[in-house]
Design a protein around this ligand. Structure first.
Ligand SMILES: Nc1ncnc2c1ncn2[C@@H]1O[C@H](COP(=O)(O)OP(=O)(O)OP(=O)(O)O)[C@@H](O)[C@H]1O
Ligand SMILES: [Mg+2]
Length: 193
């Protein structure tokens, strides 16, 4: 199939988060890590949603280019798998019915076809705007440092103020923007990391 939609990793993340939310997840953990010594960039999303049956999981991770007769169920995960593979990485999903799902995409950090990280802050803000009660945790790491944003922590300080209040969203956006820059700015040679 000649589908070549170039997407930033932040847009793939939005897809994965939407999948988790559709699967009724209330707790989602996002981790983006760079390991320069292994030339690796990874995106890991863990949720406590409804999970997938073995059969569905098998079909979901099937590369959508292999057989004509099995059509992909959706496009989100196959596109991510394509993007990961194109840069020398892969997509691995583990899921347990009733417990949750873990999606891990790996990319060749310096591979010419690795998608840029894009704007992770915007993706998170879009999700928090629509789902202010979600227990979301986002962390970035490289080999020497890491930074984490835990919405539960912010909630503690806010009392009754909902997370999707404009000022709070702006704070989240700024925090994640500067975190992304601090953690990946020196590792990923990109304007937008
Ligand atoms: N985190 C998850 N928990 C439970 N099921 C999931 C999860 N992620 C994906 N799935 C299942 O895998 C299917 C395929 O996901 P995928 O993102 O590829 O397509 P989609 O979400 O159905 O459609 P699209 O992303 O194209 O709008 C989903 O329809 C859903 O049944
Ligand atoms: Mg989807």
């Amino acid at each position: 199939m000649g589908v070549r939609l170039m997407r930033d990793i932040s847009l793939h993340l939005l897809d994965i988060l939407q999948n988790s939310i559709s699967a009724k997840a209330t707790e989602i953990t996002v981790h983006i890590g760079a390991i320069p010594s292994q030339d690796l960039l990874y995106l890991k999303v863990t949720d406590n949603g409804v999970g997938m049956e073995k059969e569905l999981l098998r079909r979901v991770v099937d590369p959508f280019v292999t057989t004509r007769k099995t059509r992909p169920i959706g496009l989100g995960l196959p596109l991510l798998k394509e993007a990961a593979k194109r840069s020398g990485g892969d997509l691995v999903i583990t899921s347990s019915k009733g417990r949750g799902t873990k999606v891990k995409a790996t990319f060749g950090l310096t591979h010419i076809d690795r998608p840029p990280l894009g704007n992770i802050a915007d993706t998170v803000v879009v999700v928090v705007t629509a789902h202010p009660d979600l227990e979301l945790e986002v962390s970035f790491s490289n080999q020497t440092a890491s930074q984490k944003l835990k919405l539960a922590e912010i909630r503690k300080h806010l009392g009754n103020v909902p997370l999707n209040e404009a000022e709070v969203l702006n704070w989240i956006k700024d925090y994640l923007k500067q975190s992304q820059k601090a953690i990946f700015g020196g590792v990923l040679d990109e304007v937008n990391c």
